[in-house]
Design a binder for this molecule. Sequence first.
Ligand code: GLT
Ligand code: MN
Ligand code: MN
Length: 386
Amino acid sequence: MYTPQPENKFTFGLWTVGNPGRDPFGEAVRHTLSPVEIVHLLGEVGAYGVNFHDNDLVPIDATAAQRDQIVRDFKQALADTGLVVPMATTNLFSDPAFRDGAFTSNDRHVRAYALQKTMNAIDLGVELGAKIYVFWGGREGTETDAGKNPITAIERSREAMNYLCEYVMDKGYDLKFALEAKPNEPRGDIYNATTGNMLAFIQTLDHPNMVGVNPEVAHEHMAGLNFTHQVAQALEAGKLFHIDLNDQAFGRYDQDYRFGSVNLKSAFFLVKLLADNGYDGNLHFDAHAYRTADYDDVKAFARGCMRTYLILKEKAAQFKADGEIQALLAEINSDDGELTPFMGQYSAAKAAALRAHPFDRAALGRRGQPYERLDQLTIELLLGVR
Ligand code: GLT
Ligand code: MN
Ligand code: MN
């Protein structure tokens, strides 16, 4: 019943289930899987797609011949498992060259190298079928604002995005960009810290239609924000090109936990939002298994991400079909229509009529809303007792 289907478009990055469990305080706890082995693992758990950074697949110092062999093997693994590559991205954060950022580095040589590396990585992604290209600027930030003008950083980010949009058009690729925000880590502060910042930034680009966002649960929670509201703004603007699902306790470092494992209620409202609004893009689990996991437990982690999503999707359908919940919603949204003619599109006549209308302010202030009852019903539905 909660078996993942291709139409769910559940995807994982090579770097997610392939994460060997290294952290800032400890070494790897799992042996490194090859990209081919990771594809087979994902096939086994029922994922639809696999995403990668250029260097998750092709090591940064690989020769052209090695690259071609790796790509051949990877394509074979895709063919053997039926997995597809919906998204690709660039690693612009691991190599020491990017210690002061990539597109926003103060060193023009680094900025140019970042463009070159990204063009190569775009070619690789497109060769393997990617239609979405993610930009996560993990190193695009500062520890001190003494060294870099934040306005210069915005201008450099814009120059890079414009350049790369032109590259994609020049090549005739069918590829869209999705910008992923994060407030901090690994930099002290990262530019364009939230999805809202990204949405505003996109409107300043030369080809805004090619560019949307890739919000991640953990990153908005790190910023103390309501992820569902962030995603709603992106959806409403037609900019939700991709989404990174995981979970995260507020106020912590980037935990990238299994989807739904921490904030079940907010995960429910997110799934409900996506379902109610017909989001049909990829559902990418950008999450990592606990460091305590062995590879059997990593598979349980991956299955858990998808299963929780499907269970919450069913709960969203139940919410819609629940008579008591819907009656409360109808009561909450009841409208006698009396004031409709004065609202909507402005006209001088409407404004004059509205200004002349007598309001009983005290009566407006007496009206309560049964949100406690509605929320308790929601909780009971999620707890499985409705
Ligand atoms: C990195 C980061 C993620 C990004 C990935 C894409 S890499 O693991 O923590 O949130 O989505 O670059
Ligand atoms: Mn992410
Ligand atoms: Mn993260």
